[in-house]
Design a protein around this ligand. Structure first.
Ligand code: F6P
Length: 520
């Protein structure tokens, strides 16, 4: 099982262990009015993302092994994919030809109840399209870190070529009644390629990462073709109103016009009920208690992130160090459990970041740990099992979620869903998309403000139980109401009815009507 932690969408529960639960049922109920409203024969749904929701790898003996790589999004999409004879198009995650993957994809499709179509990528394409343009140019740029960008023209050329490849796979399967839902920054050219090929399908896009302000975005050498390509979608979905407004400002700054493209903000979420139910299970409770036994008589602060420079881990460690240095009375009273999940290990910056983090952990522990006694930072660099992940969430008294910039950050939402005793505090970066929704009740911090983050840890530590409970109750109510089913429902309503006024505005009360967002 793969549990890759991120702000993104592909790391919740593996589908294989996800029980059919209340969440799924309520989504189907909520879908009914949508069906009535749209009437007529239903079109098919094609979901497209860089990776398929199963990671294929060669098992010893040469057979393909398929591991479910996702849960929350897939669980939410499953009823729609099944009802509509749906298809998911994406990269199988390993080198291989279409012929090699054919039989394995067929077998997994039969099991999954929807069709999986693989877009095979060769090594050069993985290097220049995935690691290169997607993760060395767009990723740092869209996270406001332009100095980390590698704007290699060869990367851009391969990005265009690979987007064409995905478009061919989609076009062969889409007609005018098909809704194609494209996910994330790897595939921003897809609508342009599909339209160039003559596609008449309805085309929607959702960006899982932030969209930067014009002064950052306009540094991209291919800013105009990229914006023009995005404007070929019928519906563009962003995580927050800020991302949506940034996009509109970039379109304006580039002297472009948005004709016929709907733009909305749809904050992605989690399967709240599934997390809550699973976190309440006896094996999770026992493991959480074991953590408290191993780290007794102190409050546990949890940091849990995919290895990524956007997650702000070195600054978080600096804040914790500042707390211990300035407030000796906190020594021995708190421990930071910092879990870093391996990611994108073929990119040099990620290697350097790991070294930096491990040096900082060593420095803090070197200064304050005592033999047989308290160790300030418990650091782990590995994938967690699902049971461990839930137990860590349950055991932590304080979560420190301090990305420098993040599309949403589902760790924040998962942590709160698992905090079933409602006796804990979320410290959250104001630059995470989740802050727009959880702001009043999470302790918001500027992750660059080391002293401010240290002060927030003290505030969380000293917060009276009644206040902790009241804040956590409100946060959990909000996440439960706007869960991943609500997210899929909202997006599909917008894509199908073409009317943003017909569904709730992101971040606002779920029953409220949205502000008019059309045209850009
Ligand atoms: O947040 C964007 C995202 O692509 C997520 O969908 C994913 O979980 C994460 O980044 C890491 O993705 P990958 O391992 O495919 O680069």
């Amino acid at each position: 099982m793969r549990v890759a932690l991120s702000s993104g969408w592909d790391f919740l529960f593996p589908t294989s262990v996800e029980p059919a639960g209340a969440g799924r049922a309520s989504f189907q109920q909520r879908l009914r009015p949508l069906k009535k409203r749209t009437r007529g024969p239903q079109g098919r749904l094609i979901v497209v993302s860089n990776r398929l929701p199963f990671a294929f790898s060669r098992a010893p003996g040469g057979r393909w092994r398929a591991e479910p790589a996702s849960g929350g999004l897939v669980t939410a999409l499953l009823p729609v994919l099944r009802n509509r004879g749906g298809t998911w198009v994406g990269w199988p995650g390993s080198p291989g030809t279409a012929k090699e993957f054919g039989a394995a994809l067929g077998a997994v499709s039969r099991e999954a109840g929807y069709k999986l179509v693989g877009v095979p990528l060769d090594e050069a394409e993985v290097r220049d399209f995935y690691l290169g343009f997607s993760n060395e140019a767009i990723w740092p740029l869209f996270h406001d870190l332009p100095s980390l960008c590698n704007f290699d023209a060869a990367y851009w050329r391969t990005y265009c070529k690979v987007n064409q490849k995905y478009a061919r796979a989609v076009h062969a399967r889409a007609d005018a009644r098909t809704l194609v839902w494209v996910h994330d920054y790897h595939l921003m050219n897809l609508a342009a390629e599909l339209r160039a090929a003559g596609s008449r399908a309805r085309l929607g896009f959702f960006l899982h990462i932030p969209f930067p302000a014009p002064d950052i975005f306009l540094k991209l050498p291919w800013r105009k073709p990229l914006l023009q390509a995005l404007l070929r979608f019928d519906l563009l979905g962003f995580q927050t109103a800020r991302d949506r407004r940034n996009f509109a400002a970039c379109v304006q700054a580039a002297g472009l016009e948005a004709r016929g493209t709907l733009v909305g903000d749809f904050p992605i979420s989690i399967d709240f009920n599934a997390f809550m139910r699973r976190a309440a299970a006896p094996d999770v409770a026992a493991k959480a208690q074991e953590l408290h036994r191993l780290l007794p008589n102190r409050r546990l602060i949890l940091g849990i992130d995919r290895l990524d420079y956007t997650k702000g881990i070195p600054l978080r460690l600096a804040a914790f160090q500042h707390l211990l240095a300035r407030h000796p009375e906190m020594r021995g009273r708190v421990s930071l459990m910092q879990v870093v999940v391996p990611s994108r290990e073929d990119i040099g910056q990620y290697h350097r970041l790991r070294t930096e983090i491990e040096q900082l952990v060593g420095k803090i522990n070197g200064a304050y740990a005592r033999p047989g006694g308290w160790v300030p930072v418990w650091y782990e660099y590995r994938n967690l099992s699902r049971l461990e992940l839930l137990a860590y969430y349950r055991a932590a008294d304080i979560a420190l979620v301090t990305p420098l910039k993040d599309g949403m950050n589902l760790v924040a939402k998962e942590y709160c869903a698992c905090s079933i005793e409602e006796d804990c505090v979320l410290i959250l970066s104001e630059f995470a998309g989740a802050a727009a929704q959880l702001a009043p009740d999470a302790l918001l911090v500027n992750p660059y403000d080391v002293e401010g983050v240290a002060a927030a840890i003290r505030e969380a530590y000293a917060m009276p139980a009644a206040e902790r409970a009241a804040r956590m109750r409100r946060i959990r109510r909000s996440i439960r109401r706007q869960d991943v089913f609500w997210w899929v429902d909202s997006y599909l309503r917008a894509a199908i009815t073409k009317d943003l006024r017909a569904f709730p505005r992101a971040g606002a009360d779920a029953d409220e009507m949205p502000e008019l967002q059309l045209p850009l």
